[in-house]
Design a protein around this ligand. Sequence first.
Ligand SMILES: O=P([O-])(O)O[C@H]1O[C@H](COP(=O)(O)O)[C@@H](O)[C@H](O)[C@H]1O
Ligand SMILES: [Mg+2]
Length: 574
Amino acid sequence: MYIKPEVLERVNSWLTPTFDKDTQDQIKHMIASDPKGLEESFYKDLEFGTGGMRGVMGLGTNRINKYTLGKNTQGLSNYLNASFPGENVKVAIAYDCRHNSKTFGKVVADVFSANGIQVFLFADLRPTPELSFALKHLGCHCGIVLTASHNPPEYNGYKVYWQDGGQLVPPQDGEIITEINQLEYSEIKFEANSRLIEYIGKAVDDVFIDDSIKNGSFDTSKEARENLNVVFTSLHGTSIMSIPETLKRAGYTNVNIVEEQADPNGDFPTVVSPNPEEPEALRMAMALAEKVDGDIVIGTDPDCDRLGVVTRNLENELVILNGNQTMLLMTDFLLEQWKNSGKINGNQFIASTIVSTPMMSVLADAYDVEYKIGLTGFKWIAKMIKDFPELDFIGGGEESFGFMVGDFVRDKDAVTSTLLACEIAAQAKAEGKSLYEKLIDLYVKHGFYKERLISLTKKGIEGAQEIKQMMIDARENPLKEVNGSKVVRIEDYQLSVAKDLINNSESTINIPKSNVLIYYTEDGSKIALRPSGTEPKIKFYISVNTKLDNMSAFKETEQLLENRIDTILKDMNL
Ligand SMILES: O=P([O-])(O)O[C@H]1O[C@H](COP(=O)(O)O)[C@@H](O)[C@H](O)[C@H]1O
Ligand SMILES: [Mg+2]
C-alpha cells in the first residue's frame, strides 16, 4: 500500500532512539502487516477537543500513548513554569478505570516532577469532579484526569483543568497547544523526581464528599429521603468510589446498587458502551428497578461526570430522561430554592449551550435571572463563572447528560448531581409525584419543548473527511424550509455570522468560533449541526415546541411534537 511521504516521515522519526525498543519493534511490525492502521496512527497529531484530548490507545502521533501524553505534559510543564515564575508550581492528577489509565497517570506525574513541579497523585481511581475539587482544595495551578469519559474501551484521554477548577479555555488552551506543538519528542523529560510526587486519597475524599453533600442537599426531610427507592449503577466506572457513600451520608438508606456493574473494569463487560446516554447501558439498572420497584434510576459514566436519570412516566413505566429534561428539572428546582430563600436579586445567572433546549431561556425569564449561553461543553459554562465574578451561578447544563450545581466543581459533576436528582425525586414523591410529572408541570407552565439528537458515527480518515464534507454541503446548500415551515434565521458559528432571512440582515455572533450551524424556522423549531469534539460523529440536534394546556393533553401533544421531529428528519434526509 502507498504511504504518503509526510506520514512516512513521521513514522521514521518514531524509529529513532527517542522511542523505546518495544515501540520501534511494534511500528516495524505495523509497516509490514497493517499499513492502513499505520497511516491512521500517524497522519496527524491528536487534537484538543470539547473535553481535552481523546483518542484510541496505540502507537503514533494520532494515538494516546506515553509519548503523546508525555509531550502534552512537557509542553504544559514549560507553560506552567513560565506562567508562574518563582512559585512552587503544583498539579493534581487523577485517573479512571480504563486500561492503562493508572500507568499513564504515573507517566504524567513523572514528567511534571522531572520539570520541578509538585504533584499530588491520587493513589487509586477517582471521579473527574473530585479532581476539579482537589486541585482547588490543594491550591494547585493545574489538574489532569486520564480518562476518555464514556468513549469505548479502546480510547483514553487527557482532560486538563486550570487553577479555577474548569477545563482549559482561551487564552490558555491555544497558548499551551502552541507550546506543545513546538516540542520534539526527544525533549520530554521522563525521569521522575519522586520527592515531588505525593500520593493522595482518603483525606481529600472526606472533604469532597462532605462538601458535595453541602452543595447538593436542600431541606429534604429525613423520611422523604428514606422513602425514596433509588437504583444506582456506576457502569464499571469511578463513581463507585464516591456516590454510594455520598448518598449514605446524606441520609438515603434505600439505595440498590447494580452489583454486576460495580467493579471498575476498563472492558466495561456488561455494556456495549459505558455511556448512560445509550439506553442499553441502563438496561440492567432498569431491570433491577423493576424488581425492587425503584422510584429513580441513576447511572454514571466511567469518569463520573455525566449521569443518566430514569423516572416513571404517567403509566408508571420506567423512562430515561434526556439531558435537556434533566437540566430543566434541576435548574427549575434550584431556581425555586434560590427564590424561596430570597436570594434572587438580579445578580444571578443560569447557563447552557447553543445546541441545548431553548426552554432554559424561558425558565430564566420566569425567575428573573440572567441566561448565558456558550459553545458545547461545560468548560464554556465554567468560563462564564470566571468571566462574571459579580454574578452568582445557580446551575447549568446542556443537551448532553450531566449537570453543574452552583459554583462548587467547575465542570459537570455526577456526584452532586446524583444527590440533587434524589433530593428532587424525594421531595416530589412526598408530594405524590414523579420527576416525570414535575417535568410536565414545567411544560404546562412554560411551553412544551421536545428535543431529539441524531448522531452519525463516521470513523477514521475517511469518516473525518465525510463529516467535513457534510458541513461544507450544509453551508453551500442551506436549509430553506422544513416541515412546511420557512427557515427564518441561520447562525454560522464558524463565520460568527447570524443571518436574519426576514429582514435580510446580518449580525455578528460574539462567542468563540466553532464549526456549528443552527437554523431557526418560522414555527419556532431549531436545528443545529456540528461535528462532535470527543467522538468520530456528526450530531444533529432538533428542537420543536408548542403550548401544553394541561397534563391530560400531554400524550397527544407529545405525539404531535414527535411527528414534527420525524418530518424534519425526513426533510433533511436523515
Ligand atoms: O465526554 P465528557 O463526559 O467528558 O463530556 C464532554 O463532551 C460532551 C460531548 O461533546 P461532543 O458533542 O463534542 O462530543 C460535552 O457535551 C461535555 O460538555 C464535555 O464535557
Ligand atoms: Mg464523562
